[in-house]
Design a protein around this ligand. Structure first.
Ligand code: N01
Length: 665
């Protein structure tokens, strides 16, 4: 029994070509133009489409030695092979058209494995196959959808209410699934629109650094991304489109903020306090609360002596003031993380002088596709060639996810542990340093300032979008070390030198170690802040916390992908798990679902043990992942497939599932 949509007829995303009647006839109708169009597409996704449609692996084998990795630029061009592939693919289309047989939904497990290996240019471990099948969603039915096992009681459901906090990527995914299931819910969003962090961050140069064909919902694939790494406005457009297609407008409460949630044991419900935009407040009850407030939501403001004295304009990168012209101004930027590295190259050409304060350097990698536009030819392929989008997604998933994780593992016998972790990590370091040296034109003094001492990936690996080149500009100064003070007229460095400023940009990041802050959440024994004292947030699978019944956290503690992957992927795992928990609760007509201490402690022990082996606990690194006690509280130590497997099946044995009278449900 599916959890069917409650409002049929609402806008649905366009069908992918493999599910569109007549898609193959339309291709063949292009006649001789078809060959030319296919020749313009990327070899490997096309190869996978051909293998998928025909089962013939001859071309896969012929191509394999020319594929060094999953990025398009890691594939050697072999024009004769491409010609053969395109001709064979057209013949396959003709065969399907003549026989009128349906397209195959998914390759069988063994063939899928061989296809993934060849396409990735390396061995893709077998445990990835379930994840690949559901992520690529071959049959278009969303394998991650949770289905009812028995008809829920209409009476119980009519008294049920779930509150989702936040309408960013995670909150909307949750809302879409609640809607499909017919579970009553509202979404409370403090802003006037959907989008979360992508709505709030509008700084110049804002863009994603995970390719969008993967950094998007698996159940709402978009074929016409303009860039591989999209700019903020396009991502917001995508989120808004998804939101419209989800048909959840009736469930939304915009410009309202949840400020408190208290568990009431008597009613087994959360008592919420919600503040409207005009400052007035109201109360609301909910059986379940699902936080989609995200990790990178609340700006972190530094505590620098004299900050309040500054007479110019000062704002945080996540609260960009577009009314402030920067042309010709003396601008000081504090912070060189992901935001800072995107901002400086955009503003440097127009400001008078840009002084950048770098407390400690980050590593940044180049990617030839960072600013590249997806060609019209590829967009056509994604929109018209059956399964092309799916295989494209696999390649980008693989290129940006777990391949690097083994190189982030400490080798106890490694001879240079201060600078790298193992041989593979040292090789990455060498490549990175060579890239930086080339970018700064061999300026050894600048090189010494920007090359981190700690191993690659110790902080989030960034993408070099002309950052190093920007530092070589005549109107840009890089000041290293901490900020000593802010005066009425500028920023003082560690040596006491004042750098004059008309505008100060605080690119100082987010309060990532205090998830759910500033909401006052009180469970059966304490507040969440007390439970997580010392900035030590912990949750079972990053989602549930003992003594906080019926509370589910999306993008919670230890779920941030530090080595790669996509936050959207992780949140889809959390949404599925939460939906399964709610299903368990609703089917049993239970009042309480609360994780037990033992699995929670055991899970966190495993997280910590894993982290002890990984780069983020390296003694030479300061990052926003680790709290003052040295524990990594934000990042997941798991490979994508491991986190998927850990969260794929909600295990009721790990929970207390109780009726309102306290008896087991
Ligand atoms: O924040 P950050 P961010 N005095 O915390 C410095 C995501 N994101 O907004 O490195 C002086 O990384 C601080 O110095 P240090 C992504 O997950 C993604 O840039 O701690 N300096 C650092 O340089 C990312 O990781 C994208 O020594 C101070 C900087 O400020 C996360 O958001 C784009 C200071 C903060 O860097 C956060 O990135 C943007 C002080 N008192 C964001 N306090 C993309 O996808 C802090 N700093 C591309």
């Amino acid at each position: 029994m599916t959890m069917a949509a409650t409002n049929p007829g609402e806008a649905a995303p366009p069908l992918a070509p493999e599910h569109r009647d007549g898609a193959i006839d339309a291709l063949l109708a292009l006649g001789s133009e078809l060959e030319a169009r296919l020749l313009e597409l990327d070899d490997v996704p096309l190869l996978l489409v051909y293998t998928h449609l025909t089962g013939d692996e001859t071309l896969l084998q012929a191509y394999a030695p020319h594929i060094k990795g999953a990025w398009a630029f890691e594939v050697e061009s072999v024009p004769e092979l491409k010609q053969r592939l395109v001709k064979a693919l057209i013949a396959a289309f003709a065969d399907y058209a003549a026989s009128r047989r349906p397209l195959p939904p998914a390759p069988d497990r063994d063939q899928l494995q061989r296809m993934c290996n060849a396409a990735a240019g390396s061995n893709v471990p077998a445990e990835y196959m379930p994840m690949v099948i559901e992520e690529l969603n071959f049959d278009g039915t969303d394998a991650k959808t949770v289905r009812w096992r028995k008809q829920p009681s209409a009476g119980y459901l009519s008294r049920f209410m779930a509150v989702v906090i936040g309408a960013g990527y995670s909150g909307l995914a949750m809302a879409a699934k609640l809607k499909e299931a017919g579970i009553p819910f509202v979404v409370i969003e403090k802003n006037g629109d959907v989008g979360g962090t992508w709505l709030e961050n509008t700084y110049p140069g804002i863009a994603v650094d995970t390719p969008n064909h993967f950094y998007s919902y698996s159940f709402r694939v978009k074929s016409d991304w303009k860039h591989y790494f999209s700019k903020g406005p396009e991502i917001i457009d995508y989120i808004r489109t998804c939101y419209r297609e989800m048909g959840i407008a009736d469930h939304m409460r915009f410009n309202e903020e949840v400020i408190a949630a208290q568990w009431d044991t008597g009613s087994s419900r959360w008592q919420l306090k919600i503040r409207r935009a005009d400052g007035s407040e109201y109360a609301m009850e909910a059986n379940a609360v699902i936080s989609g407030t995200g990790l990178l939501n609340r700006p972190a403001y530094p505590d620098i002596p004299g900050m309040d004295r500054f007479k110019g304009v000062m704002f945080h990168s996540a609260r960009w003031d577009h009314s402030v012209p920067l042309e010709g101004k003396r601008v000081v930027q504090i912070g060189t993380g992901a935001s800072g590295m995107q901002i400086a190259p955009q503003i440097a050409p127009k400001v008078g002088r840009l002084t950048i304060f770098q407390r400690s350097p980050h590593w940044a990698r180049r990617n030839p596709l960072l600013f590249a536009e997806v060609s019209d030819a590829v967009k056509w392929g994604l929109d018209n060639v059956p399964y092309y989008t799916k295989w494209y997604r696999f390649l980008l998933l693989w290129a940006t996810s777990d391949g690097v994780l083994p190189s982030l593992r400490k080798d106890p016998a490694w001879h240079d542990p201060d600078h790298s972790l193992n041989a593979a990590n040292a090789a990455i370091r060498e490549q990175l340093v060579a890239h930086i040296r080339e970018q700064v034109n061999g300026d050894e003094e600048l090189l010494a300032k920007v090359v981190p001492a700690f191993p690659p990936y110790g902080k989030r690996m960034l993408r070099d979008g002309n950052w190093y080149k920007t530092l070589t500009r005549d109107n840009v100064d890089l000041v290293t070390g901490p900020v000593k003070a802010i005066t009425e007229t500028g920023v003082v460095d560690k040596d006491g030198v004042e750098h004059p400023a008309d505008v100060i940009i605080l690119a100082t990041g987010f309060r990532a170690q205090t998830p759910l802050w500033p909401i006052e959440i009180v469970g059966t024994q304490s507040s969440i802040r007390e439970a997580w004292a010392g900035n030590n947030p912990r949750a079972h699978l990053g989602i549930t916390v003992p003594h906080f019944p019926n509370l589910f956290i999306l993008y919670g503690p230890n779920t941030n992908g530090g080595h790669g992957g996509s936050a959207v992927f992780n949140s889809e795992c959390q949404v599925r798990y939460t939906m399964q928990a709610l299903r368990e609760m609703i089917e049993r007509e239970a009042a309480v679902v609360e994780v037990r201490e033992e699995p929670f402690e055991d899970y966190n022990r495993r997280v910590d043990a894993e982290h002890a082996q990984l780069v983020w606990t390296h003694p030479g690194v300061n990052n926003w992942y680790r709290n003052a006690a040295g524990r990594v509280v934000t990042n997941s130590p798991w490979r994508l497939c491991e986190y998927r497997n850990l969260t794929a099946e909600f295990d009721p044995a790990e929970y207390r599932i109780l009726r309102a009278d306290g008896a087991p449900a």
